[in-house]
Ligand binder design. Structure first.
Ligand code: MOS
Length: 729
């Protein structure tokens, strides 16, 4: 399909607001009578609050109240069918299950007064033993069952593994990773009677409204959640966390608007993280490199107050051809804050294990790792037992390796050099499911010649505002200046969560449908009574850049048409939902990454020097914002491979590197040259235009590609992330 606006590399329509500081984030909101809250968090990892002395704090300057489990009306626990970040609401009781848990909240006239008074609160604890590691957690809370026969399986993986000519049995770990969005979590809550209004940094205004309504026993119509701009989320802002509940609780208690911005330290404890994973992979193969059996068993931690499972092994059931596959994923509760989805949850750590294991198998078979993958391409999704909607895995691998120059790769470790540097070339696949949800969308054509398009979804920095405007512009020929995209408010027509890379795939068909309905409504009113096109057939009218036209008459701008009839607006309302596609086909995105690393053993310097990626995410709606997502994901993958690691002090259970000086992330100077190709192939089964999401797929496969490149340079197989310099020495 030929398009004029869709597919172009266009700037964000909200870009100017952001770079000029005009965009208002949650913490920027201020209201008459605003008070400031600062949390007091537990210094022990397990135990009981015995007593809390707030007298000094209460008499400190500016303090309005000090709240804790002993003096507030307790928030309710949300029912299980409501998704929340942490199931246990704050201040439910006096139990402590992790260091960093909110135990009290100081509310004061200024932020500084609240922070000062927070230091004056004296909490007495009864500390108890706690566990941080998976092994200790398994010992104390019960050892998970033998994984050999647990979980899901097809065929007989155990038997075929025993029979296989070539066998691999290895264990991989990925550390705790923390989302660390630049914009800290923030909530500004106020009550108008029994109506709760929260400006919140959330990836899901609709879900946040529902969770807050349950927490405070309100009908959801009485809750409004607003999130016009979000400075990154990566999963940590998907669901309700204690600080948002506390902001609302405090605002109700002091009868004033209350702002609560958590600090960077609390980002590491009370707003989610990617859990530690330990994954054992057993693969049996034929001498020709066909997979005979695959077993993938994953263990990850969760907290004691919430069950969060990192689904590392789902991808293993589908990515390659194999008749005998067994997978299990289990969790062990330990005394840390609750983990949550982090960009590419499941697939990202899962594919670190799987794609490294394939590289190891290729070495064992003396086979090129590209060839090994190509020999095991499935012709259907064997995990779901469905045909593929679009299977471009092979194409991505072939194109990425061609662009990279893979055929010049010396097969043995340490065989490639450039000056003092040992070069390593590594390869891994990328994949992410193609999700689509339902969305309501309202499009209004106004008599002033503008279009307003509204949906209760949000833009987490990925380009949702722009993508929505593009679809309206594509159909109406209007320039962006006349299209007003209104999102980030739970009172608008219900739209999707910014999670699972599904907003674009969800809103694009909805915007198209609502816009067409509005155009039809416009043509209808334009041809009735004594309207400008009275007597013509609506079907004879066309909406062009110049306006509404019929045959050879001069076009009339649609605003003028509406003014002529005295109508303020015409409206299109769509409720677009996926059909039965996902039961008939497997909708999945694929990709491939080739990575070059340089290791200078004399300087102990490891650099990623080149990344070549090919990503198929269906139709690309905006080449610029889409590429931006993949560049960001690749950079995040560098951090995962080489730097990121949340570390707990085994003596206290506290995070020791809970700040951006000690928790290492990539910086611009360390990022490589990235050669990215987006295949731009419409998916036939995911709605009009065929766009699948692109936010997460880029991260999958980067860490294993780097680990495989490090092996190729050094001969060292590092199965435990991050690949820090000391592990290479
Ligand atoms: Mo993503 S982890 O679904 O924000």
């Amino acid at each position: 399909m030929n398009t004029r606006v869709i597919g172009q590399p266009l700037n964000r329509i909200d870009g100017r607001l952001k770079v000029t500081g005009a965009a208002r984030y949650a913490a920027d909101r201020t209201f008459e009578g605003l008070a400031y809250a600062v949390g007091i968090t537990s210094t022990i990892a397990a135990g009981e609050i015995l007593g809390l002395d707030a007298r000094a704090a209460e008499s400190a300057p500016g303090v309005i109240a000090v709240l804790h489990a002993g003096n507030v009306e307790r928030p309710r626990r949300c029912p299980e069918d409501i998704s929340v970040g942490e199931r246990r609401p704050p201040f439910e009781d006096n139990r402590i299950t992790y260091a960093g848990q909110f135990v009290a909240l100081v509310i004061a006239e200024t932020f500084e007064q609240a922070r000062w008074a927070a230091h004056l609160v004296n909490v007495r604890y009864q500390a108890e033993d706690f566990v941080i590691s998976l092994d200790d957690g398994a010992r104390v809370h019960g050892l998970p069952a033998d994984p050999d026969d647990e979980g899901e399986s097809r065929g007989d993986p155990s038997r075929e593994f025993e029979r296989a000519a070539v066998r691999l049995d290895q264990t991989y770990t990925t550390p705790v990773e923390v989302h660390n969005a630049i914009e800290l979590h923030a909530a500004v809550a106020r009550w108008e009677g029994d109506r709760l209004i929260v400006d919140d940094s959330t990836q899901w205004v609709v879900g946040q409204r529902e969770a807050l309504a349950e927490t405070f026993g309100l009908p959801k119509e009485n809750v409004e959640v607003r999130s016009a701009f979000i400075g990154g989320g990566f999963g940590s802002k998907l669901f309700l966390w204690p600080h948002s509940t506390l902001a609302a609780l405090a605002a109700r208690h002091v009868q004033r608007p209350v702002k609560l911005v958590i600090d960077r330290r609390s980002q590491f404890t009370t707003a989610g993280h990617r859990p530690f994973t330990r994954q054992r992979i057993r693969i049996g193969a034929t001498p020709e490199g066909r997979l005979a059996s695959v077993r993938h068993d994953s263990l990850s931690h969760t907290s004691l107050v919430h069950e969060f499972l990192e689904s590392c092994t789902d991808v293993t059931r589908s990515l390659y051809r194999c008749s005998n596959v067994g997978t299990s994923q289990r969790m062990v509760p330990v005394n840390v804050g609750t983990p949550t989805p982090m960009r590419g949850p499941g697939e990202t750590p899962g594919m670190f294990a799987l794609e490294c294991a394939l590289d190891e198998l290729a070495v064992a078979l003396a086979m090129d790792p590209l060839e090994l993958r190509l020999r095991n391409m499935p012709d259907r999704d064997e995990g779901k037992d469905l045909p593929w909607s679009a299977h471009t895995h092979r194409e991505c691998l072939e194109l990425a390796t061609r662009r990279f120059g893979w055929d010049r790769r010396g097969p043995s470790p340490g065989s490639m050099r450039d000056g003092d540097d040992l070069l390593g070339w590594g390869l891994a696949s990328a994949t992410w499911p193609g999700h689509r949800d339902e969305a309501h969308m309202r499009v209004e054509f106004h008599a002033d010649g503008t279009v307003r398009v509204a949906c209760a979804t949000q833009d987490i920095g990925t380009g949702t505002y722009t993508v929505i405007a593009q679809v309206v512009s594509e159909i109406t020929h209007l320039p962006f200046e006349r299209i007003d995209v209104v999102i980030g408010n739970s009172s608008l027509p219900e739209g999707p969560i910014s999670g699972g890379s599904m907003v674009t795939a969800t809103v694009v068909p909805a915007v198209a449908e609502a816009t067409r309905q509005a155009v039809a409504a416009l043509k209808h009113v334009a041809t009735r009574g004594n309207a400008p096109f009275a007597g013509r057939s609506p079907a004879a009218l066309e909406l062009t850049a110049a306006g509404l036209a019929s045959g050879k008459g001069a076009p009339i701008p649609f605003g003028d048409v509406l003014q002529a009839i005295g109508l303020p607006e015409v409206v299109g309302n769509a409720h677009a939902k996926p059909g039965q596609e996902s039961e008939q086909v497997s909708i999945r995105s694929f990709g491939a990454h080739c990575v070059e690393i340089r290791w200078d053993p004399q300087l102990a310097r490891l650099r990623v020097s080149r990344v070549v990626s090919v990503i198929d995410a269906g139709r690309i709606i905006n080449r610029k914002t889409a590429a931006n997502q993949v560049h960001g994901a690749i950079t995040m993958g560098l951090g995962m491979a080489l730097l990121e690691q949340g570390q707990y002090d085994p003596r206290t259970g506290r995070v020791v590197n809970d700040n951006l000086a000690d928790y290492l992330i990539p910086v611009h100077a360390g990022t490589p040259d990235i050669d990215l190709t987006l295949l731009d192939r419409p998916d036939p089964n995911i709605g009009e235009f065929g766009a699948r999401g692109i936010g997460e797929i880029g991260l999958t496969g980067i860490a294993p590609a780097i680990a495989n490149a490090v092996y190729h340079a050094t001969g060292r197989r590092l199965r435990h992330l991050p690949i820090s310099i000391e592990k290479l020495l």
